[in-house]
Design a protein around this ligand. Sequence first.
Ligand SMILES: [Mn+2]
Length: 279
Amino acid sequence: MSDSRSDSETTGSENTETWVIGDVHGCHETLQRMLEETRRDAGSTRYLFVGDLVGKGRESLAVMETVHALGDAAQVILGNHDLHLLARYHDHALARANDGLDAALADTLSWNWPEWLASRPLARLESSDAYRSHLITHAGVHPDWSVPEVLERAEHLSIRIQSGDWDWYQDESCHDSFTAAVLTRIRGVRHDNSLADGMTGPPDSFPEDVTPWFKVAGRKTEDDATISGHWASLGLHRHRHHISIDAGCVYGGELIAFALASGKTLKVPCQPKDLLDRC
Ligand SMILES: [Mn+2]
């Protein structure tokens, strides 16, 4: 992964805490508040964003600017809305109603956010101490995939994204498109471990033959610590070694931060400026 060079500088210090931050979705005021809250603890602070920095909310560009300005102190995993923004930039996707991305797309001159965003990975194995590591993806992992397979697939797709190749984006039959569907959109899976698309509700709204991916018995990563966001209706949720940290900030919920070393969680409510008008 292109960002791993900062690891030797930033891990290993007893005073460094790494906060994994849930889906920001353009909620800039809420993000600022979260950065203030996490900096109150002594020592240095690192951030790992689970993706969907952009989309839906009011200030996608400002969120990217703020995260970019954190430099090596922030790592970002790509989410489905981040991919949609890049696909629109490369003319491989059309605008969706209320995707909230027009302002960012209209300003690619003040700094090169497309290149910065495209060079973020789709998965990251983050060491929290000498004995533990967490696999972080935006939405989750396929039950049949091991940690090395997740990282290999993520890297394969990332190379295409960084080269500006978006032919995979609308081609649902290809290997890289399936990687993106799983890593950035998975929620429920059927008995044959195929993806149950379009189910955005909580697990108790699923039909009988659909199971949350993290509850699939015998999944290859069930003994690995995993963290993801994406599932706002699930909220802050733990199941065995998995933690889900999207609590729907952009819908008026909360932005969540999870501290890798201490296991502490912080919640910042959606700030008034970030609330969307309700029709
Ligand atoms: Mn998402």
